[in-house]
Design a protein. Structure first.
Length: 252
C-alpha cells in the first residue's frame, strides 16, 4: 500500500522501536512506516488503517506491537473475532494485562456479554492501572446492558471514580456512560444532571453530551438561513432598485 514520503517510521513510540530492533534494518523501517499509517488513519479511515496493519502483520507477525496494532485496526472495523485473536497473541508475547478490557469488549462485540462479565471478575483486572480498571468497569456495564440488566449496569458504574470531582482522562466517558444508562432506565432527571456533569468535564468534545442534553431540554438547532433564503439574498430587493433609480435621477 502507498505510503507518503514524509512518513519515515521514526514517528513511532520508543518502546515500539525497541521491539523492531529484532528485525533487519530495512524490514524494521518498512514495518515502522506501516504502523505509522495505522496510527494516522485508525480514527478517520479505519478500513485503510486495517489494510496497513495487514501489511505490517505479514512482514513481522512475531512482533507484539504489530499484533497489537493489527488487533486495534480489526477492532476499529468491527472484526471482533480477528481483533480478539491478535490481542491474545500480543498478550502471550508480552505477558501484559493492559489489553484485558478491550479483549472483553471484543467478547461483547461477538455477542458474548456473559464472557465479558466473567473477565471483569478475573485477577487480571487487579493488575490494571486506574485507567484500565475504569475501562473494564465501562465494558462490564455495557455487558450488563447487552443482557437487558439496566439497573445492574447503573450500579456497576457507581464508583469512587464517578463520584470524584477531579477530572481525569476517563472522567467524561464514565459520566457519559452513567448518564446514558440512567436515561435508558427512564431516570431522566438524574440523566440530565449527569449529562451536564459530562459537559463540564468534556473539554475536548469527545462525547456528544451537549447535544444529548439539548435534546432532553427540547432545544432544536436549525440553520439561520435556508438555501432559499441564501438564494433570495442574491436577488435585488425592491428598495435596492428604488435607491438606484433615485441615484440615477440625481446624477441626471
Amino acid at each position: 500500500m502507498p505510503i507518503p514520503q514524509d512518513v519515515t517510521g521514526d514517528e513511532i513510540d520508543e518502546d515500539v522501536r525497541q521491539e523492531l530492533l529484532s528485525l533487519p534494518k530495512t524490514l524494521a523501517e518498512d514495518v515502522a512506516r506501516n504502523l505509522v499509517m495505522v496510527a494516522r488513519l485508525i480514527d478517520e479511515d479505519p478500513e485503510q488503517a486495517y489494510g496497513y496493519s495487514r501489511v505490517a502483520l505479514r512482514l513481522a507477525s512475531r512482533v507484539a506491537a504489530v499484533r497489537e496494532a493489527a488487533g486495534f485496526a480489526a477492532y476499529a472495523t468491527q472484526k471482533y473475532s480477528e481483533a480478539l485473536a491478535e490481542f491474545r497473541a500480543a498478550r502471550r508475547m508480552t505477558g501484559n494485562t493492559e489489553l484485558w478490557p478491550v479483549m472483553a469488549d471484543c467478547e461483547r462485540g461477538l455477542g458474548r456479554p456473559e464472557r465479558a462479565l466473567a473477565m471483569a471478575g478475573e485477577p487480571e483486572v487487579q493488575k490494571l492501572d486506574k485507567a484500565g480498571q475504569v475501562e473494564m468497569r465501562l465494558v462490564a456495564a455495557g455487558a450488563r446492558r447487552d443482557m437487558g440488566q439496566l439497573e445492574a449496569a447503573i450500579v456497576t458504574l457507581q464508583s469512587p471514580e464517578l463520584a470524584s470531582n477531579s477530572v481525569q482522562p476517563w472522567t467524561a466517558r464514565l459520566r457519559y456512560a452513567y448518564a446514558d444508562a440512567l436515561l435508558a432506565a427512564g431516570r431522566e432527571d438524574e440523566a440530565r444532571e449527569w449529562f451536564a456533569k459530562t459537559v463540564e468535564s468534556d473539554k475536548d468534545g469527545a462525547t456528544d453530551a451537549s447535544d444529548r442534553l439539548a435534546e432532553m431540554d427540547g432545544v432544536e438547532f436549525v440553520d439561520a438561513l435556508t438555501d432559499e433564503d441564501e438564494a433570495n439574498d442574491d436577488e435585488p430587493k425592491d428598495d435596492d432598485v428604488k435607491v438606484t433609480d433615485e441615484a440615477e435621477g440625481d446624477q441626471a
